[in-house]
Design a binder for this molecule. Structure first.
Ligand code: IFM
Length: 455
């Protein structure tokens, strides 16, 4: 079992959240709707029929939430900026209230010795930009770069560390292929065009940020899945190739190696479209970054599937794949727990860019927590999940991987997208009726770990 002193003294220990999942106050301060405000109102889109209108009411309670972080002993906090709170309607005019909120948040963090890591896009596209075609349109990449430049101009004196996109796979394929996330489109393999425009927006944003603030540190966060075939059969190995390709390599390769994986473009039937894009795009996308953020939750075990299954899938072409239940323990999301898969994905990313610092920008688990009669929340499974993955980080360092930080998802329970309020990932329990926060036993475990008190 690892202890904090197994990690370098300057290792970044944080928790993470995202704007629409925690902020609430969706109609205040000139903020305009994002695709999630609209999608959450589509009947049946959200499991429990809730919206993010209130969520954790973080806009009004952020000072208490920063105190909570300080009490846990973290030295960093990863949050995201709501594009339409800072720039209503996705235009170029800064909202004074929106800016004041993010400046106050960053100042409160800095006053408590907590380093802010700001994500520019955690899935909440201004609805006006979606109405103009969203990420299926190239122009959205330019709009994103303009937004990034303004955000960094206005906040870059307080925030040094910037993440352009969070999990572009989700934005592209859950948003535009399966349609289970906003904007709820089912555009088939054209969802890959959204992936390209997201990545193009990333590359353009990196250039804009560097022009605006040369001292900024900028990266991107990808959700990577360790992917293994269920058997050595050629068909199962090919199933793993497909999923690793769509989930991991379609993003890692353009960002870190300056090209798309041909096999994935062929699987998608989209090679022609990609080849018709300006040749400069891949160079733009491969703009050097200062770090890579990796979100890791689980592993996929794949076997050959039934091409006639007719499933509307997040991974176009994945009807050729079956995901195998290996019998490993899983969280309430149904995601199998494989801590060593975290090392797999860090090694995979590292192989593309051996010098590049890596951060685990999200890792965590959902369980059906309950408040006991004495007011405590005991969540031993989450504490164990956390411990096992922190141990995997220690092992990654031991193997020489340039891992620089770990952010637990999430600081507190929050609005879990299509699951609404029905899934809890927090180290801190939130009573949505009263907004009372209670540190769970997993949060206490993290606090003890961070003070070096064993566990
Ligand atoms: O809640 C999400 C987060 O917004 C992105 N990564 C995965 C988390 C858990 O599903």
């Amino acid at each position: 079992m690892s202890v904090r002193t197994d990690f370098p003294a300057d290792f970044v220990w944080g928790t993470a959240t995202a704007a629409y999942q925690v902020e609430g106050a969706t109609s205040e301060g000139g903020r305009t709707p994002s695709i999630w405000d609209v999608f959450a109102r589509v009947p049946g889109a959200i499991a429990d029929g809730t919206t993010g209108d209130v969520a954790d009411d973080h806009v009004h309670r952020f000072l208490d939430d920063v105190d909570l972080m300080a009490s846990l002993g973290v030295n960093s906090y990863r949050f995201s900026i709501s594009w339409s709170r800072l720039l209503p309607s996705g235009g170029e005019a800064v909202s004074p209230d929106g800016l004041a909120f993010y400046r106050a948040l960053a100042n409160a963090l800095l006053e408590r010795g907590i380093r802010p890591y700001a994500t520019l896009y955690h899935w909440d596209l201004p609805q006006e930009l979606e109405d103009a075609g969203g990420w299926l349109e190239r122009g959205t990449a330019d709009a994103f770069a303009r937004y990034a430049r303004i955000a960094v101009r206005e906040l870059g004196d307080l925030v040094t560390d910037w993440i352009t996109l969070n999990e572009p796979w989700c934005s592209a394929f859950l948003g535009y292929a399966s349609g289970v996330h906003a904007p709820g489109k089912q555009a088939g393999s054209s969802a890959a065009h959204a992936a390209h425009h997201l990545l193009l927006g990333h590359g353009k944003a990196v250039a804009a940020i560097r022009e605006e603030r040369p001292e900024a540190s900028v990266g991107i966060t990808l959700n990577l899945y360790s992917t293994r075939p269920a058997s050595p059969s050629a068909a199962d190995v090919d199933a793993a190739r497909r999923i690793d390709g769509l989930q991991n390599r379609l993003f890692l390769e353009p960002v870190l190696a300056g090209h798309y994986p041909d096999d994935v473009l062929d699987d998608l039937g989209e090679r022609g479209w990609f080849e018709s894009q300006p040749a400069d795009d891949v160079r733009t996308i491969a703009a050097p970054v200062d770090f890579l953020g990796v979100n890791y939750y689980s592993r996929h075990t794949t076997a050959a599937g039934d091409a006639d299954a007719g499933v509307v899938s997040a991974n176009p072409g994945s009807e050729f794949v079956r995901f195998i239940d290996t019998g490993a323990a899983h969280t309430q999301m149904g995601w199998e727990i494989h801590p060593d898969g975290l090392i797999d994905v860090l090694e995979q990313a590292h192989a593309y860019a051996p010098e590049l610092p890596l951060y685990v920008t999200e890792n965590g688990s959902a369980y059906a927590d309950a408040v006991a009669a004495d007011g405590t929340v005991d969540d031993p499974e989450r504490a164990e999940y956390l411990r096992l993955h922190v141990d995997a980080c220690a092992e990654a360092l031991h193997r020489g991987l340039p891992l620089r930080g770990y952010f637990c998802w999430s600081l507190m329970d929050n609005w879990e997208w299509a699951w609404g309020l029905s899934r809890r990932f927090g180290l801190v329990y939130v009573d949505y009726e009263t907004q009372k926060r209670t540190v769970k036993s997993s949060g206490e475990w993290f606090r003890r770990f961070l003070v070096g008190d064993g566990a």
